[in-house]
Design a protein around this ligand. Structure first.
Ligand code: MSP
Length: 649
């Protein structure tokens, strides 16, 4: 491709259950890949969203006695609000219930109908409601033909008239495409799996559901008695979000599409979607990347099995950067991974606390001890300095082919090898000995080279841990605001003479006993439902922080203009606060201590830049500060009146 463009997508997630670590992994993987591509000088676009039609969603809404719209709005918001605290920075979030999407689906159906690629026929087959698909006899387990091979639940026999997409017409083309383009499906074992499917006649795809059986979906443009099959509807999101067919984004980013999925949805992405694109007469996407499953207790993480891990809780406990590092380092592309807090803590202590954190800590400490706290100027280069810089060059060279195949675990390992080489460089060149010998010129060069290597490491790891690496760059005197993507990649930005903070501890060691304690606690008490407030940490458990940590808080005086009970949670109040020219909704755990009417008109200090989150279905943007003593809660506010929005400094 002549222009360097990269379009990356997650699957659009079903909104019949709240997000878990499996969903978060795919999104984190896409986010990190896009940041790496930006560093490699590509113009990028990152899409995610929610899949809001289909039988499952209709059923869950009915079970909960709610309208479909209410359910999809709430769960879609849970997904959308999860991403900022995990530093997942998508460019667009598409919902299949949006008009910009439904109109494109209908236009495509009209087009394929006119071309003769859609026809109506009678059909009889066995159907799994959870998979939302018919199964052919060949796909069923011969020993248990009445059961769904994925869910092991009873299949229903259905006989009805439906619309079909003439998928079989494109079978030979698809086989040739996969055989002639080894990069099309990554990693290759999944290409082989698809080729095995294509060895048998493909048949056509049933793409409608009678409205009488399923009223929730996009109505067929040429037959209002039918709604569109959820998979046909959902796959179109990848082009409807770009404004297909005439949109500027579509012109720009198609076909540079890289779809990322887990292996459970290989067939729709590797068979239905390319044949649909071929029938639509547009080029097929560039690549399909397939990863394995996160398991917990040896089984695929899923709500039905009750073994889900909450990504928001893990990020709160260990930090989003550490969580991102762990999942990206731990899962090898294409294989399954097992999530345990014990493994997370082990990886955190060995890679982040011991290798990276220790490097930044000792480099900043030595620059204070031996160079007056300022980045020293370089001196004449010796072989050992060159070798260290070459270790980073070699990591940089290794990255593009790994990143292109989303093999981020190996990419991270290549960078961490250079980090470990830097620690060895410091040990070998022993600045403390050079100081004793008063070899000032060599001492300055060793400290300079170690700091340069640390800046390179933070620049290269930035796609994986954006916030911690920005902090590291700031601590090393490199101003992140002045580093564009490719400059970070080259590890530029070390400013000679810059004053740096002392004793930086970015990744304090975690107690390995925490994991056992967490496991015991989880056994004793069932986990809170997703998006409920997490338990409060003990007041004495907090580490000492630096001024720059404190300075990140945007504390402001707010006037509470409205207070009422949360409709779904007894302990929560819904507040509307005035921040001087801006009104916000804040959900606060104050209901056991205050009557709503007593709070109206009061002033309190608010953490105004806390990432938004959903608390029992309502978005909270900020946190009210209060003191807790034996008698209950006291709001923290100004002693007299202050103008709403006044900063607290
Ligand atoms: N709505 C469809 C996708 C339509 S895309 C046009 C769907 N949704 S889903 O909510 O079930 O999400 C499936 C995706 O979530 C997987 O492909 C994967 O990306 C992610 N994961 C869900 N559970 C997972 C694990 N246990 N492990 C890893 N990823 C998982 O299918």
């Amino acid at each position: 491709m002549s222009q360097k463009r990269f379009y990356i997508t997650t699957p659009i997630y079903y909104v019949n259950a709240s997000p878990h670590l499996g969903h978060a992994y795919t999104s984190i993987l896409c986010d990190a890949a896009r940041r790496f591509y930006e560093q490699m000088g590509y113009e990028t676009f990152f899409l995610t969203g929610t899949d809001e039609h289909g039988e499952n969603i209709w059923r869950v809404a009915a079970e909960q006695g709610r309208s479909e719209k209410e359910l999809v709005d709430e769960v879609s918001a849970n997904f959308r609000l999860l991403w900022p605290p995990l530093y997942v920075g998508h460019d667009d979030f598409i919902r299949t219930s949006e008009r910009r999407h439904t109109e494109v689906v209908r236009a495509i159906l009209e087009d394929l109908h006119e071309k003769g690629d859609i026809y109506k026929a009678d059909y009889e087959g066995v159907y799994c409601v959870q998979c939302e698909r018919f199964y052919t006899e060949k796909e069923l387990d011969a020993a248990r033909p009445g059961l769904c091979p994925t869910h092991e639940t009873a299949l229903s026999r259905i006989q009805e008239t439906n619309y079909f997409f003439r998928m079989s017409r494109y079978q030979d083309w698809l086989r040739e495409k996969i055989e002639s383009d080894p990069e099309f499906i990554n990693p290759p074992q999944f290409a082989n799996e698809v080729l095995a499917i294509l060895r048998d006649p493909l048949g056509d795809l049933c793409i409608s559901r009678p409205k009488a059986r399923l009223p929730w979906g996009i109505a067929f443009p040429f037959d209002p008695d039918y709604v569109v099959y959820v998979w046909f509807d959902a796959l179109v999101n990848y082009v409807s979000a770009l404004g297909y067919p005439g949109g500027v984004l579509f012109q720009k980013f198609w076909p540079a599409a890289n779809h990322v999925i887990a292996k459970d949805i290989l067939r729709p992405h590797a068979v239905y979607w390319p044949t649909m694109l071929k029938a639509m007469g547009i080029p097929v996407y560039q690549r399909l990347h397939v990863h394995g499953w996160w398991q917990s207790d040896g089984k695929k993480m899923s709500k039905t099995l009750g073994n889900v891990v909450r990504p928001d809780a893990m990020a709160e406990k260990y930090g989003a950067d550490a969580l991102r590092y762990f999942v990206l380092r731990e899962m090898v592309m294409g294989s399954d991974g097992d999530f345990t807090e014990r493994a997370l803590i082990r990886r955190y202590n060995s890679d982040l606390a011991n290798d990276l954190g220790n490097l930044i800590n000792r480099v900043t400490a030595m620059i204070h001890q031996f160079a007056g706290g300022r980045i020293p100027a370089p001196g004449p280069q010796e072989a050992t300095d060159g070798e260290l810089l070459e270790a980073f060059e070699s990591a940089r060279r290794a990255l593009p082919p790994l990143v292109e195949r989303l093999r981020l675990s190996e990419a991270i390992e290549a960078i961490m090898n250079a980090v470990r080489a830097t620690n060895r460089y410091v040990d070998r060149n022993a600045p403390w000995e050079l100081a004793k010998k008063r070899n000032a010129q060599r001492l300055a060069m060793v400290l300079h080279t170690a700091a340069r290597a640390a800046v390179s490491a933070a620049g290269l790891l930035w796609p994986v841990m954006p916030a911690k690496c920005d902090e590291a760059l700031a601590c090393l005197g490199a101003d992140p605001a002045h580093l564009d993507g490719p400059a970070r990649w080259r590890g530029e930005g070390l400013a000679v003479g810059a004053e740096i903070p002392e004793g930086v501890s970015l990744f304090p060691r975690r107690d390995p006993g925490e994991a056992a304690a967490a496991a015991a606690k989880a056994k004793a008490a069932p986990a809170a439902a997703p998006f409920e407030p997490a338990a409060q940490a003990a007041p004495d458990a907090k580490p000492i922080i630096e001024y720059h940590d404190f300075a990140k808080l945007d504390l402001r005086v707010a006037t509470i203009v409205k207070a009422e009970k949360h409709p779904k949670a007894d302990r929560l109040l819904r507040l509307v606060v005035d921040l001087g020219g801006e009104q916000r909704q804040v959900i606060a755990g104050l209901a056991e201590h205050f009557r709503p009417e007593d709070l109206t008109g009061c002033q309190a200090v608010v953490v105004a830049n806390l990432a938004p989150r959903a608390l029992r279905g309502l978005e909270s943007r900020g946190m009210i500060l209060a003191a807790h003593d034996a008698t209950g809660l006291v709001l923290i506010g100004p002693l007299g009146k202050a103008a709403p929005g006044s900063p607290v400094t």
